[in-house]
Write a protein that binds this ligand. Structure first.
Ligand code: GDD
Ligand code: MG
Length: 360
């Protein structure tokens, strides 16, 4: 049985400024903490034992997921005192692994939403005899990622993390953040100090002649690094574009959690999620957005591609597009906030204070 390590630590794990206390993996996407989707997909692919490698606000994971039995998993948690980097985090959990030296161990970045065929990655790994196999995806702008060129057989020829110069952009294939390691290769990562798997381990393995195999596919893939991407991912889960067995209820145009109260003439479209205890006023229109627990949306508000934090309030007739409203923040009535705006947690914008459209 394949086991897995899920990386959910590091410095960028908080979804600021949306939630100060909630690390990104625990922010709800399609009604459940984002991490649930990754855990459920791994379980569906036959993984039974998962070690969560955490370094930051780790104490929020265990009370929620416990021993994992509700998901049919055996979950363990390992917390770093200081972030050890991606490679250091992997090395740090080896005492919890049960696989033999030649057996495959799956490793996932914790901030990716993907339709990856996990079993296909494992079988590619087995049939190629590789030391490490990597899921690769193609993106238009690879600069924020690890570039992974391969030869005609799919064998990895280089690993270039976050390329800086145009000459370094040699491919549009990037590291999609899911690997299969032969167990014995994990044991070669140095222990007790920070190690980047992308900057140190992969280039080191390549220069020592190890076999790294890439599996490129065009399945759904999204890095949830920004709040906007998080909203997109949540909507894609609701609409079934991003496959996950953990979406509560049937996939469709909207997901309304049972304790929400939505006015009968309100329109919810484009994969909008309305969380527990949310109130949506008369005539409000919400498209492709995530409205988290206990938020209140006023009558006639028009919201698209936005994230409305837990307990936030959006006033009557206010227009939000591509906005992030932090937990507990208030945006008064008759405002208009557009692309990229982030309202700090708990902040308050008075009625009729901000607009983008010209005088009428
Ligand atoms: N436990 C632990 N400790 N986890 C960590 C640490 C750490 O010190 N540092 C990072 N992580 C986890 C993050 O929580 C995330 O789930 C994953 O490792 C990747 O780290 P990010 O900080 O999100 O890296 P990135 O997004 O800039 O780049 C990575 O992902 C890209 C795909 O989205 C790299 O793996 C790139 O090569 C890749 O293309
Ligand atoms: Mg990331």
């Amino acid at each position: 049985m394949t086991e897995a390590i899920l990386l959910v630590g590091g410095k960028g794990t908080r979804l600021r400024p949306l939630t100060v206390h909630t690390p990104k993996p625990m922010v709800p996407a399609a009604g459940v903490p984002f991490l649930t989707h990754q855990l459920a997909r791994a379980r569906a692919a036959g993984v039974e034992h998962i070690v969560l490698a955490t370094s930051y606000l780790a104490e929020v994971f265990e009370p929620y997921f416990g021993d994992g039995s509700e998901l049919g998993l055996h979950l363990e948690y390992v917390t770093e005192n200081e972030p050890l980097g991606t490679g250091g985090a992997i090395r740090n959990v080896t005492s919890r692994l049960r696989s033999g030296p030649d057996e495959p161990v799956l490793i996932f970045n914790g901030d990716i939403l993907t339709g990856l065929d996990i079993e296909a990655l494992v079988s590619t790994h087995q049939s190629s005899g590789a030391d490490v196999s990597l899921h690769l995806t193609r993106v238009e702008d690879p600069r924020a990622f690890g570039l992974v060129p391969t030869d005609s057989t799919g064998r990895v020829t280089a690993f270039l993390e976050k390329p800086q110069t145009p000459e370094e952009i040699v491919t549009d294939q990037i590291n999609a953040g899911a690997y299969v390691f032969r167990r014995s290769v994990i044991d070669t990562i140095p222990a007790g100090r920070p190690v980047s798997v992308e900057r140190e381990t992969f280039p080191g393995l390549l220069s020592s002649g190890a076999h790294l195999q890439g599996m490129v596919d065009s399945t759904y893939w999204l890095d949830l690094g920004t709040p906007q991407a998080f909203v997109r991912g949540s909507a894609d889960l609701v609409m079934g574009r991003a496959p996950s067995p953990a979406v509560p209820g049937r996939c469709g145009d909207r997901l309304v959690l049972p304790t929400a109260s939505v006015a009968t003439d309100a329109k919810l479209t484009g994969g909008t999620v309305v969380g527990d205890g949310v109130i949506v006023g008369e005539g409000a229109r919400i498209d492709g957005s995530a409205v988290l627990t206990g938020a209140v949306i006023g009558a006639g508000a028009v919201i698209s591609d936005s994230l409305i934090g837990a307990g936030a309030r959006v006033g009557d007739r206010t227009v939000l597009s591509g906005a992030v409203v932090g937990d507990g923040a208030t945006v008064g009535a008759d405002n208009e906030l557009r692309d990229g705006v982030r309202v700090w947690c708990g902040a308050s914008i008075p009625d009729a204070a901000i607009r983008f459209s010209s005088d009428q």
